[in-house]
Design a protein around this ligand. Structure first.
Ligand SMILES: Cc1ncc(COP(=O)(O)O)c(C=O)c1O
Length: 412
């Protein structure tokens, strides 16, 4: 074997816990509650086909390199979209990225040096734990309750960090229907978080790919929308969002809304990352957003995801009963759950795969202390029939796992 001298963080890198399950996806009859993939049946194929044709007809420029910060047409559409979400912004404050994944990477690249303290929620989106580790940050977690980030715990952490002179540089949060917890932070918590950000000069990176997928209750304004209400907070919020979950991830269109000082640096970082995101898919996205189908499309997919979420929650209650504790989310794609007995999520997964159903154990979403009884289930991709069958298989898998733990309990 060649003795490559890899960069230290890539000597033995941990991949995504979800991608590790891919090999089972192709197994015949497998039902997956694992990935956070939008349902392909819910893509607006006709609308996207028309948008592609218009993009190609209207703008031969989309075959050329484009501006690193994004095409003007798409930036204008994002300004309009953000306006419908209560955020008043300008094209100068927006950078279009190759998915919101890249937006987070760029923010880390321009903000974080080796050893800097970075805070994330516990649990949080596993790929972004990887991203923070790639910059050799000193990552610490803030607990999450059923109402999202525990702001009081954060306040205690910040107060003691100030005493030790080690204030964190930024906090990564997913306030709407978080991946993986499904939790949404209420308005008062968001206001308190903004006050802390202003007080401690803590950069809040708000990741909001799921906010548009609300199927129950009233929308809560984003941190960026609320920042104007808290003196000094506006300078301390970067907002990330994406078309991946509401239109199609194959477009790879995401964006950041940020103060210009941060954005200018992200743009320079993006030059060496990929020169610019594809002007072709940006033009399709701009045509789609301006084409007038978005409102109806969102209503349609929110209703469909709402029905799937209810089906999964009902199925879990029916098939696993008290053995699984969880909160039913009001949007997004995920149910975060905890096994209440002696079987761990990995033990259940092993039996579940044998029965033809998959989910993701919660350990990959946790940074420090890790709870082996937690798991994430996505209701996005399976059909309603598959949800019903998948939950039945989960119930059977739990019985298998219990029998394996205590064979004496098996019937003679
Ligand atoms: C919380 C969160 N942030 C970011 C992303 C990445 O999305 P994108 O496709 O926009 O890069 C995902 C995708 O699953 C996600 O769950």
């Amino acid at each position: 074997m060649a003795s490559y001298r890899f960069a230290s963080v890539y000597v033995d890198p941990k991949g995504s816990p979800i991608r590790a399950l891919y090999k089972h996806l192709g197994e015949p009859g497998m039902i997956s509650f694992a990935g956070g993939y939008p349902d392909p049946q819910l893509f607006d194929e006709e609308g996207l086909r028309q948008a592609s044709e218009r993009a190609f007809a209207n703008s031969k420029g989309c075959l050329e390199y484009g501006a690193t910060e994004g095409t003007p047409g798409l930036k204008n559409e994002i300004v309009r979209l953000m306006h419908t979400r209560g955020v008043s912004t300008r094209p100068e404050n927006i950078i279009v990225t190759t998915g919101s994944q890249q937006a987070f990477d760029l923010v880390l690249r321009v903000m974080v040096e080796k050893g800097d303290r970075v805070l994330v929620e516990q649990p949080t989106y596993s790929t972004n734990i990887q991203a923070v580790h790639a910059y050799q940050a000193n990552v610490q977690s803030v607990p999450v309750t059923a109402d999202g980030l525990d702001v009081e715990a954060l306040e205690r952490m910040l107060a003691s960090a100030r005493v030790s002179g080690q204030l964190p540089k930024l906090l990564y949060t997913i306030p709407n229907f978080s991946n993986p917890s499904g939790a949404t932070m209420p308005r008062e918590r968001r206001i308190r978080l903004l006050q802390l950000a202003a007080q401690y000069q803590l950069l809040l990176v708000e990741d909001d790919p799921y906010g548009g997928l609300r199927f129950k209750g009233e929308a809560v304004p984003s941190l960026m929308a609320l920042a104007g209400e808290v003196p000094g907070a506006q300078d301390w919020v970067v907002h990330l969002s994406s078309l991946s979950k509401i239109v199609a991830p194959g477009l790879r269109v995401g964006w950041a809304v940020a103060p210009v000082e941060i954005l200018r640096r992200c743009s320079v970082a993006k030059q060496s990352a990929d020169v610019g995101s594809s002007p072709w898919t940006q033009s399709i996205a701009a045509e789609y957003l301006s084409g007038g189908r978005m409102t109806t499309h969102l209503e349609h997919i929110c209703a469909a995801y709402g029905a799937k979420c209810r089906a999964l929650a009902d199925g879990l209650r029916r098939e696993l009963g008290e053995a699984l504790a969880f909160h039913e989310p009001s949007g997004g794609m995920f149910i975060w759950a905890r096994l209440t007995g002696t079987v761990t999520a990995s033990e259940l997964l092993e039996r579940a795969i044998a029965r033809g159903v998959m989910f993701v154990p919660g350990e990959g979403f946790q940074v420090d202390s890790s709870d082996p009884f937690t798991l994430r289930l996505s209701f996005a991709t399976p059909t309603l029939d598959e949800v019903a069958l998948g939950t039945r298989r989960l119930g059977e898998a739990l019985a298998d796992a219990l029998a394996r733990k205590s064979p004496q309990a098996l019937p003679a």
